[in-house]
Ligand binder design. Structure first.
Ligand SMILES: NC(=O)c1ccc[n+]([C@@H]2O[C@H](COP(=O)([O-])OP(=O)(O)OC[C@H]3O[C@@H](n4cnc5c(N)ncnc54)[C@H](O)[C@@H]3O)[C@@H](O)[C@H]2O)c1
Length: 420
């Protein structure tokens, strides 16, 4: 089978290498010349365990090559970005351009699979773009079963977790949403070749909403924990004690509060639901507002406490968007540190074991330094814990007894309730 993977980023590149490792002829199409050159040289352009090994094998055996032009294929997998515009509307321009680019190369029998996380109706939009460009071919319409179209169109959202992508590509369950059942069956044939998890077949709209619901579910539950932490701050109750004891209830499982929600998925995808159903998606919208507000609350708390000192030295532990990665995208911790750094009269010590230099928004600010944990502890008046890196979990809470502590992640202040 020949497969054209459109977009060789975090999702497309491991997918392309995986399909090539199963003996398919794979061409990766990307508009970024640099990415194409690197892939053709057998080099991954981002860090991901086991990816380099898979890619080296795929390129040296000739099963995978990359190009800045799409090619005719049996299967097309679209994995291009779907960011959100300011104000919350999805930016589907990458998917539209990718669809328009592959249209001239389609043949009767081709299967087009949209893997990008997309708002409901996007798979129909892809089919419309293709139909418009190729009047010589027939395309399916949503749930119009019956006459078999020349080209099948499906949505199969991706759920792999950075850091575990290669394993999860194979092991995760998949949702396969066809515009029609015949479309879904054709996509299923491909995924069943390399997925050991269960493939669930449904329609394209359901598949689109499944992916968005997964991330909105996480966002809403994190928002509950973050809101609870703000309520606790106001009422001077220890949120970690409240959470620990509430979770002793057999049907309660409150997540951990934190510095906010970051990354490129959970902080983005719920907006696609809000944008499609603004009147109905009240809770999902409010969760976004609550989580986006959390960094401001932490900044307020730190600046209030800093008033006790003359030129307070504030040690900030962690700037990445989640523990044990070097990824700074949409990081609430970075937003907090940047805002504190720009406040009057604060000296900021950044302790971040996953970076070797200060990230762009902090570099060049003369009141900010990247330091190790020892110096942060010795020289600070206020310790602000923002990201639960494993190195920080080894810190001795007793070292912070003489400091003002703002602990957004329960690192040193988590009490054990006494059960009697
Ligand atoms: N990264 C993740 O962990 C993750 C997880 C699940 C779902 N997703 C979703 O998968 C999709 C892709 O995300 P990603 O992280 O791989 O993005 P990415 O930014 O890492 O890669 C996208 C690639 O597409 C290329 N591209 C852009 N426009 C193109 C076009 N018109 N034609 C061909 N190539 C084009 C870019 O040059 C880039 O190399 C998004 O919808 C994202 O939400 C990502």
């Amino acid at each position: 089978m020949k497969i054209c993977v459109v977009g060789l980023g975090y999702i497309g590149l491991p997918t392309a290498a995986m399909l090539a490792s199963r003996g398919h002829e794979v061409v990766g199409y990307d508009v970024n010349q640099k990415v194409v050159e690197l892939v053709n040289a057998g080099q991954a352009h981002f860090q991901e365990p086991d990816l380099q090994m898979l890619l080296t094998a795929a390129v040296t055996t000739g099963q995978l090559r990359a190009s800045t032009e799409p090619e005719t294929a049996d299967y097309y997998i679209i994995a291009v970005p779907t960011p959100v515009r300011p104000g919350g509307a999805p930016d589907m321009s990458y998917v539209e351009k990718a669809s328009a680019a592959i249209a001239p190369t389609l043949k009767a029998g081709s299967v087009v699979i949209l893997e990008s996380t997309s708002p409901v109706g996007s798979t129909e939009m892809v089919a419309e773009v293709l139909r418009h460009a190729r009047p010589d071919l027939t395309f399916p319409r949503y749930k119009e079963e019956g006459a078999d179209a020349d080209v099948a169109v499906c949505h199969c959202p991706e759920r792999i977790l950075p850091g575990q992508m290669v394993r999860e590509l194979v092991q995760n369950d998949r949702i396969i949403g066809g515009l029609t059942e015949a479309c879904a069956q054709k996509a299923l044939d491909l995924y069943q070749e390399f997925v050991t998890g269960t493939c669930y077949v449904t329609d394209s709209r359901a598949a689109e909403l499944v992916k968005l619901s997964e991330n909105a579910f996480r966002d809403v539950n994190i928002a509950f924990a973050n809101e609870l932490s703000m309520i606790c701050d106001k009422l001077e109750v220890d949120v970690w004690a409240v959470r620990e004891l509430a979770n002793k209830h057999p049907r309660v499982s409150i997540l951990e509060p934190g510095a906010g929600v970051g990354g490129h998925c959970i902080a983005v995808d719920p907006w696609f639901i809000v944008n499609s159903a603004p009147e109905e998606a009240r809770l999902i919208r409010m969760a976004r507002v609550v989580n986006d507000d959390k960094p401001h609350r932490i900044v307020e708390r730190v600046t209030r406490l800093a008033d006790r000192f003359k030129n307070a030295v504030v040690a900030c532990y962690g700037v990445t968007y989640k523990p044990d990665v070097d990824d700074l995208r949409e990081s609430p911790a970075l937003e907090i540190v940047e805002t504190l750094a720009k406040a009057d009269g604060l000296q900021i010590l950044v302790c971040e074991p996953n970076v070797t230099e200060l990230p762009a928004p902090l570099a060049g600010l003369n009141n900010v330094q990247l330091v190790d944990a020892g110096r942060a502890q010795r020289e600070s008046d206020i310790a602000v814990f923002l990201v639960g890196h494993r190195q920080f979990k080894r810190l001795d809470p007793n070292q912070f007894l003489n400091k003002v502590v703002v602990d957004a992640i329960g690192l040193v202040s988590r009490p054990n309730a006494r059960g009697v």
